[in-house]
Design a protein around this ligand. Structure first.
Ligand code: PGA
Length: 254
């Protein structure tokens, strides 16, 4: 059975001490509230990762991730961080293809395919984000956009590699806007994504793939979203900066 996951994406927020504070609060709360086949992940800025991993020791259902990695192994790429470095501080996951990376840093499906390969090579699990813009939805192109993001970004992987992925559907118009996709809109896309995976890798792989919803997910709307058959949790931006909200979103599974 596929894992239920709530992952926080802190983006470029919280200084070092603030991050450690929020994470400590989350750990203290989740130890009683993350149950069964569930996992809580915090994807922090690079500077927090090592310390968060130390704080998470002994809590098997809490993991730490990065928000980006460079596609190259190492070298003259001033300001960049490699997958090997991220692995060496104990992170387990790396967000790839977030719409902010696609939009502000020009990350294409082709580049993201390379980043996916490098991250998997270092035994990290990508949380691979896909989703359409408002313009694309209004032009009724959302299914084609998502199909292309999957085909060009991750469908070059073999089934064993693909099984390491977590996918996240994040409609760009819902990120940080306070506008959430309705549970029916999200379910429709999640079912479509699972169908595409089944066509590529077979039904068993599709059934085992965790597909998260992201975009203005809150403790209020999470229960209805997570009750949908193809929504296996959330990728949480703003609400992951507040420990109580983040943990209440985790509790939405129960
Ligand atoms: P949001 O961000 O929850 O603040 O909308 C989600 C994301 O970008 O992952």
């Amino acid at each position: 059975m596929r894992k239920k996951i709530v992952a926080g994406n802190w983006k470029m927020n919280l200084d070092y001490n603030e991050g450690l504070g929020v994470f400590s609060e989350i750990i203290n709360m989740v130890k009683d509230e993350v149950t069964g086949a569930q996992e809580a992940i915090i994807c922090s800025p690079f500077i927090h990762i090592h310390s968060l991993v130390q704080l998470a020791k002994g809590y098997h259902k809490v993991a730490v991730g990065a928000q980006n990695a460079h596609q190259a192994e190492a070298g003259a790429y001033t300001g960049e961080t490699s997958a090997r470095m991220i692995k060496s501080v104990g992170a387990a996951y790396v967000i790839l293809g977030h719409s902010e990376r696609r939009q502000y840093f020009g990350e294409s499906n082709e580049l993201l395919a390379k980043k996916t390969d490098t991250v998997l090579k270092h035994d990290l699990r990508p949380i691979f984000c896909i989703g359409e813009t408002l313009q694309e939805r209004e032009a009724n192109q959302h299914f084609d956009v998502i199909k292309a993001q999957l085909a060009e970004g991750v469908f070059h992987l073999d089934a064993a590699q693909f099984a390491k992925l977590v996918l996240a559907y994040e409609p760009v118009w819902a990120i940080g806007t306070g506008v959430t996709a309705t549970s029916a809109q999200a379910q429709e896309i999640h079912a479509f994504i699972r169908k595409e995976i089944a066509a590529q890798y077979g039904q068993e792989v599709a059934d085992n793939t965790t597909i998260l919803y992201g975009g203005s997910c809150t403790p209020k709307n999470a229960p209805e979203l997570f009750a949908q058959p193809d929504i296996d949790g959330g990728l949480i931006g703003g609400a992951s900066l507040k420990s109580r909200d983040f943990v209440d979103i985790i509790k939405a599974f129960n």
